[in-house]
Design a protein around this ligand. Structure first.
Ligand SMILES: O=C(O)CCC(=O)C(=O)O
Ligand SMILES: [Fe+2]
Length: 578
């Protein structure tokens, strides 16, 4: 079975409206499954330039149980629809709505004179003794002097031309302009109509929103054996932490040493300030270089292409804010309250089974907005739109602003590998903030993305402000360091308003759904397929899973801060070269 055979690309019975795919397939020659290149770690030399690759050549496509958008094609269609909406609302409909002045022919002539001598801005007219503001658009109809003129002064044969061409028309002696006018009210309605259409298309009809805002997706990430391996890896790291904490005398040499010594020993308990989990971060906790390499290769081969295919973002635009293993125990930390994550996309892979309870609840927050004034509104159980209890090795992928909670584990242990990911429009590691190739439709025109960026803008403004205040005696005097964002509380206020309103819009307008994109019983062949494809053709730009965990980008794409984890561990970072 060749993985890229065209008949396998789409599940049978699904519409195939994608001309671009046939081109993609022609450019791919795939060795059959089971050929020798199975280890992604050993086959670096077999990787070839990916420039010839199709943008959405996704190895696991044959296992998909849903029809994913063809982003390039759909975005072009969206752009075409936006242009049509623009022309329709702002040109065609105003022309259709334009009427001749309802006044007498003589008055009409007077008006013509007036209009031809003024630009197409608003003018005032005296009507019944009152002054009314009129005419933002004028449409000039020209007629031959000698042509038959109807009693109402309208020409039988008319040609419609915008007002700016009236000069030309006037030059021709034989022509006499008749001005049609669009009332201010009709104009406003057209502009409003365009704005509503524009927002509808961007919010609801864009592939980047339709499939991503409030959808929760499930797909395989690890085999059972790999999950066991990861759990062992995490417990070994915890053991290392515990030993180091035992040797240390107090909290000064090891942060939160006392907590580290409490059960489960060696696990962090206060790493996340607001919604603390019992966890181990792959960077700041002592995972070995081999451990990290192993995780990185799996994420490169399986997670990155899935995110790219699902959300329509280039792999090089993905950067992890935080990747960690989390542990719930029925008799210790057993749950996590409803919250949203710090990033654009979250992945969460289940690494264990044999526990009771657990799973993740995803909330539809729409009701929350109807409880106006109740800022402490608690999400209600009936607002859960998905309770996801996957099989071991399966991951869920969702946009981080979706409200979710870790459901209480009643008995046993539940381990997860979790990542909060950012999708960047500039490459933070390039010298000159190079573009990552992220489309506008997947970024500023995507409600979730834009909403998260505005939050980043807010925190970067607050950060800059507080840093300057802390570091400078007279911070107001440090002209060159102050930036426009840190200057104004209004700007910061605006950022936070944009953030919460865009999140609210996405909550209100998006379809909430859960979708298993690859069936759990396909885990083995699916993962093999993904690994082989990765071994054959590694993309030019890969996500930044590790180094990216320490930085934040400000809204304009420049670096704005380092996480304390980086600051505390800079030596280790340099040494490990991750
Ligand atoms: O336990 C879960 O499934 C959710 C965990 C989570 O949301 C988090 O760690 O941010
Ligand atoms: Fe979370």
């Amino acid at each position: 079975m060749a993985y890229s055979s065209s008949s396998m690309r789409r599940p049978s019975g699904k519409s195939s409206r994608v001309p671009s795919y046939s081109e993609y397939e022609q450019s791919i020659t795939a060795p059959p499954l089971g050929s020798s290149c199975c280890s992604s770690l050993q086959k670096e030399e077999s990787r070839t330039d990916t420039k010839a690759m199709a943008p959405y050549d996704y190895a696991g496509e044959e296992f998909l149980s849903i029809h994913l958008p063809i982003y390039e094609f759909d975005r072009i269609m969206l752009a075409v629809k936006l242009v049509v909406a623009f022309v329709g609302w702002l040109v065609v409909i105003p022309i259709m709505l334009a009427t001749s002045p309802a006044s007498s022919a003589a008055e009409g002539k007077k008006k013509e004179k007036c209009s031809s001598s003024t630009s197409n801005t608003t003018v005032s007219q005296k009507k019944n003794g009152t002054t009314t503001r009129t005419k933002t658009i004028k449409i000039v109809e020209t007629t031959k002097k000698k042509s038959k003129t109807e009693p109402n002064g309208k020409s039988k044969k008319t040609s419609i031309a915008p007002e700016h061409s009236s000069k030309k028309a006037n030059k021709e002696e034989s022509e006499e302009p008749i001005v049609k006018e669009v009332s201010e009210m009709a104009n406003m309605l057209c502009i409003l109509g365009f704005m509503v259409t524009f927002l509808y298309m961007i919010i609801v009809a864009s592939p980047d929103n339709r499939y991503t805002t409030r959808g929760v997706f499930e797909a395989p990430l690890f085999t059972r054996e790999e999950c066991d391996f990861l759990v062992d890896m995490a417990e070994t790291v915890a053991q290392r932490n515990y030993e180091a904490a035992s040797e240390a005398r107090d909290n000064t040499t090891i942060k939160d040493r006392d907590l580290m010594m409490t059960e489960p020993a060696g696990w962090q308990k206060k790493r996340h300030k607001l919604y603390s989990t019992t966890d181990l971060n792959v960077i700041t906790d002592p995972f070995s270089k081999t451990d990290r390499q192993w995780i990185k290769e799996k994420l490169n081969a399986r997670l990155a292409p899935t995110i790219e295919r699902l959300y329509g973002v280039p792999q090089g635009s993905i950067r992890a804010n935080d990747i960690f293993v989390i542990r719930y125990d029925g008799d210790r930390q057993a749950s996590l309250k409803p919250h949203t994550d710090d990033g654009d996309v979250t992945f969460s892979a289940l690494l264990s089974d044999g526990f009771t309870g657990g799973g993740t609840n995803y909330y539809d927050r729409r009701n929350q907005y109807y409880h106006t004034g109740n800022t402490r509104y608690q999400p209600q159980p009936d607002e859960v739109f998905a309770h996801v209890l996957p099989q071991i090795g399966q991951m869920t992928l969702f946009r981080s602003p979706i409200l979710h909670e870790g459901v209480q584990v009643k008995k046993g242990r539940r381990y997860l590998l979790i990542g909060f990911l950012s999708v960047d429009n500039v490459d933070p590691w390039s010298e000159d903030n190079e573009s990552t190739g992220l489309s506008w439709f997947a970024s500023w025109f995507s409600l979730n993305w834009a909403s998260v960026r505005f939050k980043t803008g807010y925190s970067s403004a607050v950060y800059t402000n507080s840093k300057l205040k802390a570091n400078q005696d007279d911070w107001m005097a440090v002209e060159e360091e102050r930036d426009w964002m840190s200057e104004s509380t209004y700007i910061r206020g605006l950022f936070i308003q944009f953030h919460s309103h865009l999140t609210m819009l996405a909550d209100l307008l998006s379809t909430h759904f859960f979708q298993q994109i690859v069936a759990a019983n396909q885990t083995k062949p699916y993962l093999e397929n993904m690994d082989q494809a990765y071994a054959r053709r590694r993309p030019n730009k890969l996500p930044s899973w590790f180094s990216g965990q320490q930085i934040e980008l400000s809204i304009d794409g420049s670096f704005h801060s380092e996480w304390s984890t980086r600051t505390r561990n800079s030596e280790k970072f340099d040494r490990e070269e991750i």
